[in-house]
Design a protein around this ligand. Structure first.
Ligand SMILES: [Ca+2]
Length: 97
């Protein structure tokens, strides 16, 4: 029998799912795929910052984003968005009531 995943495991799996659904045949996000992700899933960020963000996230400078680089971005988003996330959790809790 499969055990139930914890909330944190579900969150990591969801993040992994986003990466998987957008990766190219080489298993990475191209720059275009990354810019599309910023536009479609990161609306809280200034959309003019996409190029700058890509330069920053592409640590090994191979022109694409591998999962490790993507995971670092998500961790940075989480740690720099405490207030936004706190308010999102409150909204989710209020919807449950
Ligand atoms: Ca890279």
């Amino acid at each position: 029998m499969e055990r139930e995943l914890s909330g944190l495991e579900i969150a990591v799996a969801a993040m992994f799912g986003v990466f998987m659904s957008r990766r190219g045949p080489d298993g990475k996000l191209s720059k275009d795929a990354f810019l599309k992700l910023v536009k479609e899933e990161m609306s809280m960020y200034d959309q003019g910052m996409g190029d700058e963000m890509f330069k920053d996230i592409d640590r090994n400078k191979d022109g694409s984003v591998e999962f490790k680089e993507f995971a670092r971005l998500v961790a940075t988003m989480a740690s720099s968005s405490y207030k936004i996330l706190e308010s999102a959790v409150k909204q989710m809790e209020n919807k449950k009531k």
